[in-house]
Design a protein around this ligand. Structure first.
Ligand SMILES: [Zn+2]
Length: 436
């Protein structure tokens, strides 16, 4: 028994394609057939649920390749934050106080709201990077439950760092390893999380490297987000940060390197040689005033993340494109939508399935859009429709692994109650931060 989407127009961002009106049949989490009049061909016995798309567009779900659900309750924070004039001060005065204030309950609501808003925005996968130094052990399990409540696909990891001492560093590595060993599911995989080279000694990189090889998962790490990471690496180790990771055998096709704003040309070559992904987070880079990754065109594998500013990949991709225009880089809209679609390649590496197309054999992670194009939309101008017209406002129904998790803009649970609880948790957490 399967699910049938009737009367849909398949919209594919990359390679760009739009189909004629057709049906999509889904079984066991995958698209198994596409074509006309599938209902009569299949017979009613094979169809458990029908979704009438009524000529709407259906596209593969968006992938947010870097996020921090632990920061959802930072929105509008009123805790007393000292003026922070540079990147490291922002970390010290805001983020490293917020993550220490997190406990099981605040993380639960932070993750839950993060997952709800991801699905509502048409993101079917979120790759998360978790930090909660006062609650390390079991934190990934709490996050896992929030993903499962919303039916969201994900790759989770805990951010290993030396900044809270070596015991906490080791606890962080264990949290990653235990998640991979005991908590992975069909929809949730683990990675080895690490903060950034400037908060990790060589000994810590060695421990991470051992775990990467033992677990056969990739490293997920911030790199050269601010110039400080680069100068720290030069000063303390005489190496560029990417060079240092490569020396510790931490770069491979499963690695996710985040930001890379200050990457040097030699480091781009290192990332390309290892087949690693660079995840670009344009809104975060603009907000932190750390600069723009001008070497994006030279990188083989670029995906897009939000770095904790929600999970709306329509918005992130648009602003990234506009930033590239301002920076004078000759990208077309379709270059940016291709970066967005590249997130599916990360999923293929972690889940071993096929993602990102509406064809038999591909995962049924799909979004039905209520988008009325006022001008013709054809394969050649999908990128422009995406940047200048489409948006999370059009997301009507979301399927993940073949299951309808959000239908006609409704979740199958009480969202209002969760938001009310989240507001109470945010209040409690902000108060706690005052004493940290
Ligand atoms: Zn980040």
């Amino acid at each position: 028994m399967g699910l049938l989407i009737k009367g849909a127009r398949a919209l594919q961002l990359y390679p760009e394609a739009i189909s004629k009106v057709m049906d999509i049949y889904i079984q066991d989490g995958k698209i198994t057939r596409v074509g006309k009049n599938l209902e009569s061909e299949l017979g009613s016995g094979k169809v458990q649920k029908v979704i009438e798309a009524q000529d709407r567009y259906v596209m593969p779900g968006n992938v947010c390749a870097h996020n921090h659900f632990y920061s959802t309750l930072a929105r509008g924070i009123t805790a007393n934050i000292k003026p922070s004039y540079d990147f490291v001060a922002v970390l010290q005065n805001l983020w490293w106080r917020l993550d220490r204030a997190l406990d099981s309950s605040s993380l639960h609501y932070s993750g839950l709201v993060g997952a709800i808003e991801a699905v509502k925005a048409g993101s079917t996968t979120v790759i998360d990077h978790q930090a909660s130094p006062s609650f390390i052990r079991g934190s990934l399990k709490v996050l896992k439950e929030t993903f499962e409540t919303c039916g969201l696909r994900g790759i989770l990891c805990y951010e290993v760092t030396d900044r809270n001492g070596f015991e906490d560093r080791d606890r962080g590595i264990e949290e990653n390893v235990e998640f991979i060993e005991y908590e992975e599911t069909e929809l949730l995989k683990g990675a080895l999380g690490a903060h950034a080279p400037f908060t990790l000694s060589d000994e810590s990189l060695n421990s991470l490297s051992e775990a990467v090889r033992a677990m056969k998962r990739g490293l997920h790490i911030h790199l050269s987000e601010d110039r400080y990471d680069l100068s720290h690496s030069h000063h303390c180790y005489g190496l560029h940060p990417a060079e240092r990771l490569a020396r510790h055998r931490l770069l491979d096709a499963m690695s996710l390197v985040i930001h890379g704003v200050h990457l040097l040309e030699g480091e781009v070559e290192i990332l390309n040689r290892h087949g690693s992904f660079l995840v670009h987070n344009p809104r975060s880079n603009m907000n932190n005033r750390v600069g723009y990754c001008a070497l994006l065109p030279s990188l083989d594998n670029v995906a897009i993340g939000t770095d904790g500013i929600g999970s709306d990949m329509f918005e992130e991709t648009k602003l990234g494109y506009f930033k590239s225009r301002e920076a004078g880089i000759g990208f077309n809209p379709s270059d940016y939508t291709r970066f967005l679609c590249n997130g599916n390649m990360i999923l293929e590496r972690y889940f071993g399935d096929k993602f990102g197309r509406i064809e038999p054999g591909f995962a049924a992670d799909l979004v039905i859009l209520d988008y009325r194009n006022p001008t013709p939309m054809v394969a050649d101008n999908i990128g422009s429709h995406f940047i200048f017209g489409l948006g999370a406002h059009a997301v009507e129904t979301v399927l993940i692994n073949g299951r309808c998790v959000y239908e006609c803009r409704q979740f199958p649970f009480d969202v209002e109650r969760i938001y009310a609880e989240a507001r109470k948790e945010a209040d409690r957490m902000w108060e706690k931060m005052e004493g940290l």
